[in-house]
Ligand binder design. Sequence first.
Ligand SMILES: [Zn+2]
Ligand SMILES: [Zn+2]
Ligand SMILES: [Zn+2]
Length: 252
Amino acid sequence: MRPMQSTRRDRRTGFHSGFAKPINYHCFSLVPRPLDGYPPVHVKKQIPIIKDSKGGGESKSNQIHLISRRRFFIIGGGAALGAIAALNKASASLIVNKDRPHWRFCQKCYVMFYNGDTEKGSCAAGGAHAAQGYEFFLPFDVPGTPTAQTNWRQCEYCLAMFFNGYQEKGHCPAIKVVRAGIPSFGAHKADDSFRYVLPLDVPGTATAQTNWRYCVKCHAMFFDGYKKKGSCAAGGAHAAQGYNFVLPHDNR
Ligand SMILES: [Zn+2]
Ligand SMILES: [Zn+2]
Ligand SMILES: [Zn+2]
């Protein structure tokens, strides 16, 4: 079970407090506009991120976070663009990320879980989740559309992506409860940091994987592309229902 007192992850940015701050203040002096009013109250929607110019993950020297290589917004308009052009290669471009990294497939239970913390959550197959394959970059804080569903959240306890749009919050493998002498699992609890909006019913691409589904039993997002359907906190294997989600990932 994930300890409740473990709040080392910054709830505003979602980044680990013991890890890098996602902001390289040194670069702000070269890009005047984004400093205005920082930090704004609604900073969650406008998190300035420095893109790693090497494109190979988190830079150890600068301790910055690589965000989506696929989709980002440069803030500050023309002034910022000019300033960015003036930066040398060791510096980085200033972006506002709208996709959050570190989401992975768990090869044990098949759910999508957040792999950016030291702790790896609780897996319905036992122990902690174990990442395999692509790193997914999941959109958040954008409007829902006919091809993008809101109400997807990270579970604070098990770190899985689950659908928070129902009153019932599914089954969480991190919360064990005993009712009338019978042990069972409690419900997921939404982490309030990021409100994910996940693409659905669109064609898959080289950087967007199909076959991600909502499990009607545990309410988690799981990969339905294999013959086996993983381990469900509600017992047995996951059971798909509803949309076919198409989730963006890196191209490795
Ligand atoms: Zn797992
Ligand atoms: Zn959970
Ligand atoms: Zn399930």
